[in-house]
Design a protein around this ligand. Structure first.
Ligand SMILES: *Cc1c(COP(=O)(O)O)cnc(C)c1O
Length: 388
């Protein structure tokens, strides 16, 4: 099919849920993507923070193909090695005690919500079911995770939503205003990705953890976007010395195949028991084998490299005329300019640079192995588009 046929059939046969950009991606290599006409793009989106080591990564490909040659799917009725090895590695890297695997960020968060409510139910009985999330948060597209998402724009059409979510301003005052004797958990993103790469205040995070501990409220950190090396830390809560009770992740975890994980720490490691939760595909061996090959490579030296590249990207993007601010950590950056973000993204695309938007900002989530010369080329295009 040629590009025109693909676009017109997409419009005919796909549910109109995405405002797609006008290119058809065909292939790629590392941080470079190629469209059907052979035009080259520098990829600063990595499929929304998914392709951690870019496209065509040999190590990941070999891990995935190796597993496909053995067995592609098993179901969770039997034991299998890839899931166990991945769960063990995640526990070793975080201190988590138990892992539940689903297929997406939303599913990881669903598991976290269920775990928090059951933890509270088992200990305190009925009624302690409220979960505080933050204004401008994003936690997914299922009904429960939409309900958890603290943005009005997501709370229309689909009522009734899941009850007992309260949205706090990201401050202790905001939390106290939402807290009641029915609160069982607080769920946060340390860096709010979808709403503009907003880094939460470190002092607030420390005080929030103390507040939760004192009241036996579970602290859930949604690391779906920030996780797996993205911010220059394995998980971004580690940069702030936090000790969460539940951490969720997905996106980059699978390096390109669907997988999500809900990681349960000491307090709730025994909360879920057989029959409480499940997933047919969750922890699929192919996805797990690929994920293992990603997580194994996120070591100290890679994280330092991400911090260095992120600092370089941020410093130079900040110097561009008409850039008001650059927020974020590591290779998760949000650029605020005086121009509409979507228009900037479209102009970048024309010049061969793929970027994301997040509210009024340009959002950059390049593969972690993006090269210095590719960052320079991306900065050059950003400069041409933004400084005009
Ligand atoms: C993307 C995202 C989700 C949802 O993940 P899906 O895999 O699309 O379900 C949840 N939380 C955060 C912070 C995200 O960035």
């Amino acid at each position: 099919m040629n590009a025109e046929e693909i676009i017109s059939d997409d419009n005919l046969y796909l549910a109109n849920t995405y405002a797609r950009f006008d290119i058809v991606i065909d292939s790629g290599d590392g941080a470079l993507l190629y469209d059907l006409h052979g035009k080259e793009y520098i990829d600063c989106a990595s499929g929304i923070g998914v392709n951690v080591f870019g496209v065509n990564d040999e190590v990941w490909k070999n891990a995935v193909i190796g597993q496909i040659k053995k067995v592609q799917h098993i179901s969770n009725l039997y034991y299998a090695e890839p899931q166990v090895r991945l769960a063990r590695l995640l526990c070793e890297k975080t201190g988590a005690k138990k892992i539940f695997f689903g297929n997406s960020g939303a599913e990881a968060n669903e598991c976290a919500i269920k775990t928090a409510r059951k933890y509270s139910f088992s200990k305190y009985g009925d009624g302690r079911s409220e979960i505080i999330t933050l204004k401008n948060s994003f936690h997914g597209r299922t009904l429960a995770t939409l309900s958890a998402t603290g943005q009005e724009q997501f709370h229309k059409y689909f009522a009734p939503f899941v009850q007992d979510f309260r949205y706090a301003a990201p401050s202790m005052r905001g939390i106290s205003e939402c807290y009641t004797d029915k609160t069982c958990a607080v769920m946060i993103e340390v860096i709010q990705g979808e709403s503009g790469v907003n880094v939460l205040d470190g002092d607030f995070l420390t005080r929030l953890e103390k507040f939760c501990k004192e009241r036996d409220i579970l602290l859930i950190v949604d690391e779906v976007q920030t996780g797996n090396g993205r911010t220059g830390y394995m998980y971004s809560y580690q940069a702030f010395g936090l000790n969460p009770d539940i951490v969720t992740t997905a996106k980059g975890l699978g390096g390109g195949l669907p997988i999500g994980a809900c990681m349960m720490f000491d307090k709730c490691e025994k909360t879920l028991s057989a029959g409480d939760h499940g997933s047919t595909f969750g922890g699929n061996p192919v996805a797990c084998a690929g994920a293992l090959s990603i997580i194994e490579r996120i070591d100290k030296s890679l994280l330092l490299e991400v911090q260095g590249k992120g600092a370089y990207f941020k410093e130079n993007a900040s110097k561009i005329r008409n850039v008001e601010r650059v927020d974020g950590m590591g290779l998760m950056l949000g650029i605020k300019t005086d121009k509409p973000a979507r228009a900037v993204a479209e102009s970048c695309l024309k010049k061969g640079l793929i970027v994301l938007t997040a509210h009024d900002k340009i959002r950059l989530l390049p593969p972690l192995n993006i090269r210095k010369n590719e960052i320079d080329a991306a900065l050059k295009i950003l400069n041409e588009v933004i400084s005009q």
